[in-house]
Design a protein around this ligand. Structure first.
Ligand SMILES: [Zn+2]
Length: 418
């Protein structure tokens, strides 16, 4: 019988050496929390809150202290295996045989002279994405070798910041054209089964030399505007040419692209710039200006479940999804739903954004993707298992005989990914 796949379309597999560590811990506000924790008199409930936050951060740093093979094995053995029944993962009555992860690489290698504020050794190190890729593919290979269950299939997304590339290769620096050709030149709009098969046949096939990686090593592309990637740099012809090339390349070959779109995140730009760069309106420009068929996942669905004032990014994403010209716009709800209350809120918001129309609601449901944002989600969850369980146990999206969760974790993701 045909295997069935559960997809986590948004997770991260990197270790402590990959991000700019100082900026990374600032993202957790660790210095602030430690300072508060050192105050002699703080309220009882506040100290409980602080202890929980610090415990979460310790847990997060601990998983990131592993090499990536052990990181993946921990996800399989400690988090997922206990959730299986008779060797299968159940979403309602629906059994799944395998668990597909698409780790999103991030290009932390900011060019230019960034510095950290307020410290003596303030030069931000250059973090080459190449090293992250090598560690990730070594990790996938080691997982393949060591796992006795082979529950996971792992298809990374290549992190690209066009600002860090010239169009053409020059003086030993690889250009955007060559980069994309190296990894994606053979991609076409092949059928779902075929692309999956090709990716699977390459999984774990790595000899440690990145020059030997090529087509079907990566399943898609990740861009991350808070690190300076501008999705539509309308006032900068040189940068615009590069992003146009990237979108055209991906659209022609149906290569999926995920972008950070909402909430907070690791950032190297000021808050005004951050707001501008993560706006879905930037992507509206992309879709309008020649790339209406781009396969796009606007991650985090705007990033807020505020039911009092609907987040404007969430509303803008829904506008794009409901636009009949755009058949390939998706959104994942990673780092958004940690418990049943959150899923109820999400359902409530979608109901309101559908404006009472059943076909609107069904269209939104057909573009939602399950994602975890692991290991970042450990800031709010104790484990991958806990985060996944709240989805597996949720009843918010069951309507009579229909359980929309199987669209979010499987059907939609399969269409997006392959
Ligand atoms: Zn993420």
């Amino acid at each position: 019988m045909k295997k069935k796949y559960f997809y986590d379309i948004h997770c991260h597999v990197f270790n402590l050496s990959h991000p700019n560590f100082m900026a990374f811990i600032q993202r957790f506000n660790l210095p602030g929390l430690l300072f508060l924790n050192s105050l002699p008199v703080i309220g009882f409930f506040f100290s409980l809150f602080l202890n929980e936050k610090l415990a979460n951060i310790t847990n997060l740093l601990s998983i990131m202290d592993n090499d990536l093979g052990d990181y993946l094995l921990a996800m399989e053995e400690k988090d997922l295996l206990p959730l299986l029944k008779n060797g299968k993962l159940y979403v309602g009555a629906e059994p799944y045989d395998r668990f597909v992860l698409t780790p999103l690489m991030m290009d932390f290698g900011a060019k230019g002279n960034n510095t950290y504020p307020n410290i003596w050794y303030n030069k931000m190190p250059h973090k080459a994405i190449k090293n992250q890729a090598i560690d990730l593919f070594n990790g996938i290979r080691d997982y393949q070798k060591k796992s006795s269950h082979h529950l996971l299939e792992i298809y990374p997304f290549l992190g690209v910041n066009t600002r860090n590339y010239n169009m053409e290769s020059k003086d030993g620096h690889v250009g955007l054209v060559d980069l994309l050709n190296k990894y994606f030149s053979d991609y076409s709009s092949e059928n779902i089964g075929l692309r999956h098969k090709k990716l699977h046949s390459r999984m774990g096939d790595f000899d440690g030399n990145i020059d030997h990686l090529s087509n079907y090593a990566f399943a898609g592309i990740k861009v991350y505007p808070p690190l300076g990637f501008d999705p539509w740099p309308g006032d900068n012809p040189e940068e615009l040419e590069k992003v146009r090339y990237l979108y055209g390349f991906c659209q022609d070959r149906m290569i999926p692209m995920t972008t950070h779109c909402g909430g907070v995140g690791f950032s190297s730009v000021n808050s005004g710039m951050y707001k501008k760069l993560v706006s879905p309106l930037k992507w509206k420009k992309v879709l309008e200006n020649g790339f209406p068929e781009l396969k796009l996942n606007l991650a985090h669905f705007g990033g807020s479940l505020n039911t009092l004032f609907i987040d404007e990014k969430m509303a803008q994403i829904v506008d794009l999804i409901l636009n009949p010209s755009y058949e390939n716009v998706y959104t994942d709800f990673s780092y958004l739903c940690f418990n049943e209350k959150d899923y109820e809120k999400l359902k409530n918001l979608i109901q309101r954004l559908s404006k009472g129309s059943k076909s609107n609601k069904e269209r939104i449901f057909s573009r939602l993707l399950f994602g975890s944002d692991f290991m970042i989600n450990l800031l709010n969850a104790h484990s991958y298992q806990e985060y996944a369980s709240s989805f597996l146990n949720s009843s918010a999206f069951s309507e009579g005989p229909i359980d929309y969760r199987s669209s979010f974790c499987s059907k939609n993701s399969e269409r997006f990914l392959f």
